[in-house]
Design a binder for this molecule. Structure first.
Ligand SMILES: C[S@@+](CC[C@H](N)C(=O)[O-])C[C@H]1O[C@@H](n2cnc3c(N)ncnc32)[C@H](O)[C@@H]1O
Length: 363
């Protein structure tokens, strides 16, 4: 098998999962594409002579092979068969790397304040690797974490979410955004305990996973300044009003609101950073480019996204064309964009009454 010009030596499988002898999932190519480009942009912004880059749960090693374009690579996995695949892959691709067969927590804890880029890409949640990742992150570094336990912070298993993330989720049309914000909060708070600020640069949700990537800076002051971005989200199940704050009754229809959190209430991407990523992304990485364009276009708007079909159904009207609605909201001078979370969604900071009036006019 090959990915973006690198050969991978693993047994071919229709549906790779936890039980695979060595795990390689082609569907995660987008995750790897965006991760490599984000790391490249970070390294262009900092002055690090020989960056040390680690995939602590490396499996086939493909992510690390791709990171090797950017610096010295450290690949680790507990599975001895993965180590064999990694070593074969390094040889056929002519790459040099340090390879370790340790528990990721042991490996990371033995490399305190040492690594400039850390990638954590486990089966399920990343929570058990958070402490060791914060220990291993250098005073100025970049960290990416994947989570595939999305049903918990998206509200299907609210007790799992409370137990694992100490947050109350909310199951509704924008549950994956709430889930992503709960993940970011977990990462931010964990780094904060080590006096390191985690600043989200590009975070997204697609398919069955969420990804949180951001810059880490050792600074009590910066961490203190960002603490206020941990808060709550309120949602009115009757009129669908939503806001990233803790509200009593709905300010639009006076119904009782539902509250999720604590979670990250700041931006989930930094447009200055994502626009640099767009410049670096090859044009023929089409799916990844499309995803990144959506993330970039919505980066500056913080109100949780709306689902057009849901609003039309609540208003008991036909669903208008999404692009006409977006154009009309834009025409009124409000920030508005599509959203990467859903093909039927859009994101705007416009008041919900204005949004509904526009939708009514365009049915
Ligand atoms: C989802 S795969 C990683 C995929 C890889 N990063 C990629 O991009 O293709 C998860 C890997 O973590 C390894 N793993 C699970 N628990 C681990 C632990 N505690 N320490 C190190 N590796 C572990 C598994 O053997 C498996 O190879």
């Amino acid at each position: 098998m090959e990915e973006r010009g690198y050969e991978i030596s693993v047994p071919e499988e229709d549906e790779p999962d936890k039980s695979s002898s060595v795990f390689y999932n082609e569907d995660m190519k987008t995750n790897r594409d965006l991760s490599i480009i984000a790391a490249r942009v970070f390294l262009e912004e900092v002055d690090i002579e020989e960056p040390r880059i680690c995939d602590a749960l490396a499996a086939s090693g493909i992510r690390g092979f791709r990171y090797s374009e950017l610096g010295n690579v450290y690949l680790n996995d507990t599975n001895p068969e993965a180590i064999e695949s990694i070593e074969k892959g390094l040889e056929v691709n002519g790459i040099k790397a340090e390879v370790y067969n340790e528990d990721a927590n042991v490996f990371l804890s033995q490399h305190r304040n040492y690594l400039h880029i850390i990638d954590i890409d486990p089966f399920g949640p990343f929570t058990s690797f958070l402490d060791s990742t914060a220990r291993a992150a250098s005073h100025s570094s970049f960290v990416g974490l994947t989570a595939t336990d999305n049903a918990a912070p998206a509200g299907t298993y609210s007790k799992v979410c409370r137990r694992r993330y100490a947050s109350m989720p909310l199951k509704n049309s924008f549950m994956h955004e709430t889930g992503l914000r709960i993940y970011i909060k977990a990462v931010f708070e964990n780094f904060a305990r080590f006096d390191k600020e985690f600043d989200p640069k590009v975070c997204w949700h697609e398919q069955h996973y969420s990804r949180v990537m951001g810059r880490v800076t050792e600074s009590k002051q910066r961490t203190n300044n960002a603490l206020d971005k941990i808060g709550y989200l309120s949602f009115c199940p009757k009129c669908r009003w939503r806001k990233l704050e803790r509200a009593g009754n709905c300010p639009e229809c006076d119904s009782e609101t539902r509250v999720a959190g604590p979670l990250w209430t700041g931006k989930i991407a930094d447009q200055r950073f994502t626009s640099r990523m767009l410049e670096e992304m090859p044009e023929d990485w089409e799916d990844s480019l499309e995803l990144l364009e959506h993330i970039d276009s919505e980066a500056e708007i913080v109100t949780p996204f709306y689902d057009l079909h849901e609003l039309a159904s609540v208003m008991d009207i036909e669903v208008p064309k999404r692009d006409l609605v977006i154009e009309a909201i834009d025409g009124k001078g409000y920030p508005v964009s599509r959203t990467h979370f859903s093909p039927t969604g859009f994101r705007t900071d416009a008041p919900i009454e204005d949004v509904k009036e526009i939708i009514r006019k365009h049915t």
